[in-house]
Every structure is written in structure tokens, then in C-alpha cells.
Design a protein around this ligand. Structure first.
Ligand SMILES: C[S@@+](CC[C@H](N)C(=O)[O-])C[C@H]1O[C@@H](n2cnc3c(N)ncnc32)[C@H](O)[C@@H]1O
Length: 382
């Protein structure tokens, strides 16, 4: 994620020094707060699921002192955290070994925030469905309790373009993570998804190459109304690399899913950036792929096939699934030298089927589902 922050930050805010982050855990980086960097992050970073503004680090290990500490921490600072907000919600993300349940911590934090607002002359009421401020409480491993504001107000994978979905769609930020993990280089590589479903990988690829803003109509981040961010939130958000136009090709067999895919492409404003093919990938010949991506020196195939528990209950041993994976490996080899292959699957035999060791092998979760992401380098010859 640090590479993504640098690429985007340098382009969005040229001349602004990007500080080195602190790595809190394998998934979390902490940067000193700056409204510019925070606003850039919530609008352009495609891989994270959350961007939080940490307001206070608290040391209480019981509920009553936690209440007092939150009131003191918020009352002692300007109302930069509040602005004109009238409603709030509180999420407790992790509780560690805090000696109270999440509901109790949530209740104490909510009452403390409302009290701090009251002391500063504001009235805040609870709105769990559509809050103007979403506060997050989490007990970090060093036992400190962090109180933060979620700058988006929901998980960042809900970008607003995927109203229609196919079978077992990938989360949008997980699709972006796969592209980053595979080190897809849109300046020289084409991208092909042979089993594209509702198109998440292709849409993320086209949008990531151009560094387009994340949000589709009406899906903006609620942090736009925070006092430090409000003045810069008025600015127009351009695509940061608008002239990057890598070939992106996506194939899908199911007619209804293809319809959903096309709708999603339009909502994501990348319909002109993705070539869509309807059919069985087995019929997608290498010369057709080559013709579609003619300007690219090389390519990355990124596939998220039906697998194991997702494949309508069929396990990896099912003959249909086994044949599908065999055919996929053969289809990839037929593309010829220059084509790398990335695959997200929990099929246990992927490496045996592909007949080579992956250059990358990493567990990846898509919501509750756990799978492996593997990347195979291009075959030397076909
Ligand atoms: C796990 S889903 C892909 C989900 C996709 N990544 C998304 O985010 O929407 C697998 C897709 O492969 C498609 N599929 C299955 N067999 C296929 C084939 N032989 N050729 C092309 N697509 C196929 C299914 O219709 C399904 O949409």
C-alpha cells in the first residue's frame, strides 16, 4: 500500500512531502494526519478498506475512565472533529482483552462523544443508518484504545459502480490488491480477465491505470464535511494519469452476468476503456487476444474462476471443475511467451495444474472467503 500512496500522493499533491508511515500490522499503515493526504487517500487509494483519522489515543482499561478520557480528549481540542454534524454512529472494530463487551464500549464512547459535543455547545444524536460522523474505537495490540473518525463512512470497497453483480463477486478493493500484488504495469502490460463475472478486475484495472477518483455518483465520502477537509473537498478531482490507456480485455460466459458487467462499466465511467467479450474462454483464441491488445509488449491474465466452495457446491475434485482448471492452464500456455498469469482460488492443485512454481503465493480474503493468490511468470515458449 505504501507504493500506492507514493504513486498517488506525488501526482495529486506535487511538492508535498509524503512522510514515512508507521507499519501497525501487515494491513495497516499510519501516517501523521494531513488534510491534503487524507483527502487524496479517500478519493484515490484503491486497495484499502478504510481511511481513519485518529483523534485520540487513550490509556483507560475500564469503562468509566474511558468515558471521562474521551470527553476530556475531545473537549480539549477545537471542534475540528465536529463541524456542523448533527448525527453520529460508533463502531467498535476490535476489543482485544478490554474488560468489557463491544456493546458496552460502544455505548460508553457514544455517550462520551455526545457529552463532549454538548460541552462545546453542539447537539449530536445517534443515527446508525446514515450518520454524518462515524467514530471508530479499537484496542490496538499495545493496549492503547484509539478513537478515530472514519473518513469515508463505510467500507471503501463500496465505490458505487456495482449495483448489478454476478456470481461470487470480488470486493472492489480486493481486485485492486490483486493487481498491485501481481505488480501489473499498465505502461507495458495488457490485462485480460477470461472469467470476468461482473467485471470487478477489469473495471479496477482500467480505473487504477488512470488513477481515477473512486466514487461514483452519489457515493461520496462523509468526511468531506469535516472542518479541516471541507475547503479542499470543493476541488475538482481529475483522473491523475488520464492518458494511461492500457488494453483491458474481459470475457464472460453468462449472458445475464455480462449485462450486469456492462452496466457496471458505464457507472464506473470506464466503458470506453474495457473490451468485453461474451463466450467461453476456451473459444477465445490467442490471435484474437493478440489483436485486441496489439500495442502491449506483454500481458497479465488475472483470473478468479469458480472454485471449491463457491462453485455451486462442487469441490475441487469435481470433474467439471478439474476440467475447467486444466483448460484454463492450457489456454494460458497457448497465449504464448510474454503472458503472466495471476489466479485467485482455493483449489488445492492449482500449482500442479499450472506445472510451475508461482513467483508469488499469498493468502487473500474476500470478505469471509479465504483463498490463495498465485502469480506464474510467463512461459518462455509456447
Ligand atoms: C468467481 S466468478 C468471477 C467473479 C468476478 N471476479 C467478479 O468480481 O464479479 C467466476 C465467473 O466465471 C464465469 N465462467 C465460468 N465458466 C466460464 C467459462 N468457461 N468461460 C468464461 N467464463 C466462465 C462464471 O459465469 C462467473 O461469472
Amino acid at each position: 500500500m505504501e507504493a500506492e500512496v507514493k504513486r498517488i500522493g506525488r501526482r495529486a499533491t506535487p511538492g508535498v512531502q509524503i512522510p514515512a508511515p508507521r507499519k501497525l500490522d501487515p494491513q495497516t499503515l499510519a501516517y501523521p494526519f494531513s488534510a491534503e493526504l487524507a483527502w487524496t487517500a479517500v478519493n484515490y487509494l484503491r486497495t484499502p478498506s478504510r481511511v481513519l483519522w485518529r483523534l485520540a489515543e487513550l490509556s483507560s482499561r475500564r469503562l468509566e475512565p474511558l468515558f471521562d478520557e474521551i470527553v476530556a480528549a475531545l473537549s480539549n481540542r477545537s471542534v475540528d472533529w465536529l463541524g456542523s454534524a448533527k448525527s453520529l454512529s460508533v463502531e467498535v472494530r476490535r476489543i482485544g482483552d478490554f474488560p468489557a463487551g463491544p456493546l458496552q464500549v460502544r455505548g460508553a464512547a457514544k455517550s462520551a462523544i455526545v457529552e463532549a459535543a454538548r460541552q462545546q455547545g453542539h447537539r449530536l444524536s445517534l443515527d446508525p443508518e446514515d450518520p454524518e460522523r462515524l467514530f471508530v474505537v479499537e484496542v490496538r495490540d499495545d493496549e492503547a484504545v484509539w478513537l478515530s473518525i472514519d473518513l469515508v463512512g463505510r467500507s471503501m470497497h463500496q465505490r458505487g459502480y456495482r449495483k448489478a453483480r454476478g456470481e461470487a463477486p470480488l470486493r472492489e478493493n480486493v481486485a485492486a490488491q490483486l493487481l498491485m500484488l501481481a505488480r501489473w504495469d499498465p505502461r507495458r502490460e495488457a490485462l485480460v480477465d477470461p472469467m470476468a463475472g461482473s467485471g470487478t478486475i477489469a473495471i479496477e484495472a482500467a480505473a487504477m491505470a488512470q488513477a481515477r477518483p473512486l466514487w461514483c455518483d452519489g457515493f461520496g465520502p462523509i468526511g468531506a464535511r469535516l472542518p479541516p477537509i471541507e475547503p479542499i473537498a470543493q476541488r475538482f478531482l481529475p483522473a491523475l494519469f488520464a492518458d494511461a490507456q492500457p488494453p483491458v480485455l474481459a470475457n464472460e460466459i453468462n449472458s445475464e452476468t455480462i449485462r450486469a458487467f456492462r452496466e457496471n462499466l458505464h457507472r464506473a465511467h470506464v466503458a470506453d476503456r474495457v473490451q468485453v467479450i461474451h463466450g467461453d474462454f476456451r473459444d477465445l483464441r490467442a490471435d484474437r487476444v493478440q489483436a485486441a491488445v496489439k500495442d502491449a509488449e506483454a500481458g497479465l491474465v488475472l483470473a478468479n474462476p469458480p472454485y471449491g466452495q463457491r462453485a455451486e457446491g462442487k469441490g475441487a475434485g469435481d470433474p467439471e471443475i478439474a476440467a475447467l482448471y486444466d483448460d484454463l492452464a492450457q489456454w494460458w500456455r497457448r497465449l504464448g511467451p510474454g503472458w503472466r498469469f495471476g489466479i485467485l482460488s482455493d483449489h488445492p492443485d492449482v500449482t500442479a495444474i499450472f506445472g510451475r512454481r508461482p513467483s508469488l503465493e499469498k493468502p487473500v480474503s474476500n470478505g469471509q472467503l479465504k483463498a490463495w493468490f498465485r502469480v506464474y511468470s510467463a512461459p518462455e515458449t509456447n
